[in-house]
Design a binder for this molecule. Structure first.
Ligand SMILES: [Zn+2]
Length: 218
């Protein structure tokens, strides 16, 4: 981390809402490291009781100079669908109830093929924002696709929020994946660590409604 960045005043209130410890790094790590002026709270809904991953998440928080909390939303291998009520319950236990400038979260259609928790959490966050139960000026959802498993997830270039990470940021991100989270170099996580990050930006609640309706019809 650049030493001069550490003392930057944190002026923007940002919440990052993810399913798993590592999602904050994989899909937004470079962006978070680049914005030292963001006062971030990272809510990770699953794996609070995972003795391996939970301490790694807290270590990552210190690298991001962020606050955060974990929950124990079901994350079993069977991926039993979780309803909005349960996801909301876990989220509201973790996330400080304030007016955010920005919320960053999963895409309701996911980032790769496929993980149900990512999709459910993205959908729930957009829905709560639309209903006025989550307050934020805008929402960014992760914008990646994997060609239906043809390749590792790639950031979409057409979103308007596409960040090609400079080498020093990508190296920091890769270190988080391999050193802090401890993924082997040949793991899916290490190999897929995106070198660019992209987001769809939603500024109006009607945008959220469109996303939700699209999800329901697909
Ligand atoms: Zn995940």
């Amino acid at each position: 981390m650049k030493p001069e960045a550490i003392h930057k005043k944190k002026t923007k209130k940002v919440a990052v809402i993810v399913a798993h410890p590592d999602d904050e790094v994989l899909w937004a790590g470079g962006t978070l490291l680049a914005h030292q002026e963001w006062q971030c709270f990272i809510a990770c809904l699953c794996r609070k009781s995972d003795p391996d991953r939970a301490p790694k998440f807290h270590k990552a928080l210190t690298v991001f100079d962020s606050k955060g909390a974990m929950g124990d939303l079901d994350d079993g291998p069977r991926q039993i669908p979780q309803d909005k009520q349960e996801i909301t319950r876990v989220l509201f236990e973790l996330l400080p109830n304030i007016n955010y400038d920005l919320i960053i979260t999963h895409n309701p259609t996911g980032e790769y093929t496929r993980h149900l928790r990512h999709e459910e959490i993205g959908t729930t966050v957009l829905s709560l924002w639309y209903e006025g139960k989550l307050s934020s000026k805008e929402i960014w959802v992760f914008a990646y696709e994997d060609g239906n498993r043809m390749y590792f997830p790639r950031a979409l270039k057409t979103t308007g929020l596409y960040f090609d990470l400079p080498n020093y940021l990508w190296n920091l991100k890769y270190e988080l994946v391999t050193n802090v989270y401890g993924f082997e170099q040949d793991s899916w996580e290490a190999q897929s660590t995106p070198k660019a990050e992209a987001f769809w930006k939603l500024s109006h609640k009607e945008d959220a409604l469109k996303w939700l309706e699209r999800g329901q019809t697909s």
